[in-house]
Design a protein around this ligand. Structure first.
Ligand SMILES: C[S@@+](CC[C@H](N)C(=O)[O-])C[C@H]1O[C@@H](n2cnc3c(N)ncnc32)[C@H](O)[C@@H]1O
Length: 351
């Protein structure tokens, strides 16, 4: 069931810290930070459909649609955030160490070195910490240190931050001359049924168009128990009473284990079909008011690539608390930003 995240006022909320968002994708990180009182000013992404989504939902955000290598930041920003592409690091993919996408964090760093924000936030797959990729992290942390940043990092599971999904992500936060902290999670998990149960009866939710699977697939999936994986399609049925496994952007498999393009989320806990884009977005804790643009595959990619907004909100609240303490935000500014965050949260993140 969908619930409002509006309820409690958040103690960490302060001044509307200005955000420059790199590799913004479908905006998960940005809308989570917005719930914590931050204000995205500029987004950068080279995917036209993601840019369409950002412009559709937040027409006032400036969107640079193009390669980050051609982006020159203009203006002042308090915080630079972003999740460089992770296919090369991902344990789900082949993890090629020479994948050129593995080096895009250097572009992220180039922007940080130009802007010199008060703080930064970088998100990536936990696989970035694997031995074969560790030199990237070391180089990134050393580069930050050379500019005067103090970094903290850790792997957070989104399920511990109110997201109905186990999704482990590496989070690095750093402050210019100060050390931000990461939020502490809780084992009070939200179940998949709580998040998407009401959508079974919905015919008008946006991005909620079920796929028509072939009859033999429907037959196979009708027999799967909750939590069981179809070995042919390597696809699991989610458990109604537990958080879902990680929603991925792509990487489905055909009946002979062959790799498929497109969006292949897990199977619904009570229906013999895969989750819709909206159900997947709910599992990611996106609010229903956030519309995904582009083809169904593009919508799914944006959902599967995103930082769950409620995880981003938790990280944002910790970061905002550190920023307020470091930069001694006045109570007047605090009230103003609290109002910003309240108007953002009227859009209701799920669960
Ligand atoms: C992991 S996704 C980011 C998801 C986003 N942080 C969110 O929470 O929704 C990475 C994004 O980087 C973008 N990207 C990849 N290479 C890029 C490049 N060279 N320049 C700009 N954006 C790029 C992709 O289009 C993708 O949307």
């Amino acid at each position: 069931m969908r619930q409002s995240s509006r309820s409690k006022s958040s103690p960490g909320i302060s001044k509307g810290w200005k955000v420059l968002s790199l590799f913004s994708g479908g905006g998960g990180l940005d809308i989570g930070l917005e719930l914590a009182g931050f204000e995205t000013v500029t987004c950068v992404d080279n995917d036209p459909e993601s840019c369409k989504t950002l412009r559709h939902n937040r027409p006032h955000w400036e969107v640079f649609e193009g390669d980050i290598r051609e982006f020159t930041p203009k203006g002042q920003f308090d915080v630079v955030v972003g999740g460089p592409p992770c296919q090369g690091f991902s344990t789900a993919g082949k993890g090629n160490p020479n994948d050129p996408r593995n080096f895009l964090w250097r572009e992220y760093f180039r922007v940080v070195a130009t802007v010199k924000p008060k703080a930064i936030l970088l998100e990536n797959v936990a696989g970035m910490l694997n031995k074969k990729n560790a030199h990237h992290i070391q180089e990134f942390l050393e580069s930050l240190r050379s500019l005067g940043y103090c970094a903290t990092y850790g792997v957070l599971d989104a399920a511990e931050y109110g997201v109905p999904q186990h999704r482990k992500r590496l989070i690095i936060v750093a402050g210019l001359g100060w050390s931000p902290t990461l939020p502490t999670g809780s084992k009070h998990f939200v179940s998949a049924q709580t998040a998407i149960g009401d959508l079974i009866a919905s015919t008008d939710a946006p991005n909620h168009e079920p796929n028509c699977h072939a009859p033999h697939v429907v037959k196979r999936w009708s027999k799967l128990a909750e939590g069981e994986v179809d070995p042919n399609y390597r696809r699991g049925r989610i458990h109604s009473t537990k958080p879902s496994p990680t929603i991925r952007a792509g990487g489905g498999h055909g009946p002979r284990g062959d790799h498929l393009a497109g969006f292949h989320p897990p199977i619904h806990y009570s229906l013999p079909r895969q989750l819709t884009v909206r159900e997947s977005a709910r599992i990611q804790s996106f609010p229903d008011s956030w519309i995904f643009c582009g083809s169904k595959t593009a919508q799914g990619r944006q959902v599967g690539n995103a930082v769950p907004p409620l995880l981003a909100k938790a990280i944002g609240l910790s970061l905002a608390e550190g920023l307020s303490a470091r930069y001694k935000v006045t109570s007047k500014a605090r009230v103003r930003a609290s109002a910003n965050a309240k108007s953002a949260s009227t859009e209701e993140a799920t669960v």
